[in-house]
Design a protein around this ligand. Structure first.
Ligand code: ATP
Length: 303
């Protein structure tokens, strides 16, 4: 682990495991952020701070408001109320492409339109700082070509890093789940962000590829970026996050190191409360028994 990553982690040592806890060096700071849809308060965050230079996970049950909070912070949606700052600069009413240019970028799942572009075209689109898909319409495409050379060089470098160089001319829609996630990450890196926000980086990824994806996420932090990710895959949260923020019903209900948060009763309640609908008939009882037996055998003292 590079020394500056250990230092960044160590800085979290004294931070209390409390919702909205102040951080020693926050890259994002927000207050009283609310967003309602009809009568529903999707986001109702009193105070949030994201520490610089570490990996922060944002978790919570379905509908907790995680994606809405991502959209608000990055300028893709407007709050009812709220103030937040990135590197001390207030961002309310700043459009998404400007937020991206300032250094805060979120990934997007590959939409239908983006699937019909090639991998390299997706990368060049990333360089526009998230102006959206309309920016890629024919007139803009011509305007854009003037700046293409520098962007293409950066795009090719990133494609090589994420092992997508052989897919350069393929349609993005033809990529596997894991390759799509790598492309989303590579595309976001086109603007060289200080804070990269990953939306469910493990969703739809084949288990064999998960480890390699985790290493790529860690490499973002190890090169000095701050990472904030939304994820349901608890193994990933446990494995790579330095800090975890838990949302439920629009609010931050808990925060702390992965170990502290996973042991927190409020988190267990918020999670299990939402996931207790698992159909018991779907569980393979024989498999569970076999696993339990294997574990017991492994624990038995050797004669
Ligand atoms: N554009 C919208 N119009 C109406 N309701 C919305 C809209 N976007 C989100 N919501 C509602 O706001 C709440 C929070 O949704 P959000 O997608 O932010 O949750 P989430 O924590 O990201 O959930 P998930 O883990 O399922 O992605 C949900 O009840 C959702 O139905």
């Amino acid at each position: 682990m590079p020394a500056d990553v250990s230092a960044a982690r160590a800085a979290l040592d004294g931070v209390p495991n409390e919702p909205g806890a102040p951080k020693p060096d926050p890259i994002v700071k927000g207050d009283n952020i609310t967003r309602t849809f009809g009568g529903l308060k999707a986001v109702d965050v009193e105070h949030i701070e994201i520490q610089r230079g570490v990996i922060t996970a944002l978790i919570g049950p379905n509908g907790a408001g995680k994606t809405t909070l991502f959209n608000l912070l990055t300028g893709f949606d407007e709050p009812d109320h709220g103030d937040w700052a990135f590197n001390g600069k207030k961002l309310s009413n700043v459009p998404a492409y400007k937020v991206a240019r300032l250094g805060m970028v979120r990934t997007f799942q590959l939409t239908k339109v983006l699937s019909k572009l090639t991998v390299i075209e997706n990368m060049r689109l990333g360089a526009t700082g998230q102006r959206g898909e309309r920016f890629w319409s024919a007139p803009f495409r011509r305007l854009w070509s003037a700046q293409e050379d520098a962007n293409t060089a950066r795009a090719d470098e990133l494609l090589a890093r994420f092992k997508l160089d052989e897919k350069r001319e393929d349609f993005a829609g033809s990529l596997s789940g894991g390759q799509r996630k790598l492309l989303e990450m590579a595309r976001a890196l086109m603007v060289d962000p200080e804070l990269i926000m990953l939306d469910e980086p493990m969703a739809g990824v084949n288990p064999a590829l998960k480890q390699s994806l985790l290493e790529h996420v860690k490499s973002l932090r190890d090169e000095g970026r701050s990472v904030l990710f939304v994820e349901h895959d608890m193994d990933m949260v446990r494995d790579i996050s330095d800090w975890v923020i838990v949302m439920a019903q629009g609010q931050i209900v808990a925060e702390g190191t992965p170990q502290a948060v996973m042991a927190d009763q409020r988190v267990i309640d918020a999670y299990l409360g939402a996931h207790h609908d698992t159909d018991i008939s779907e569980i393979d009882v024989d498999e569970l028994e076999a696993e339990a037996e294997a574990e017991l055998e492994a624990e038995e003292p050797k004669p």
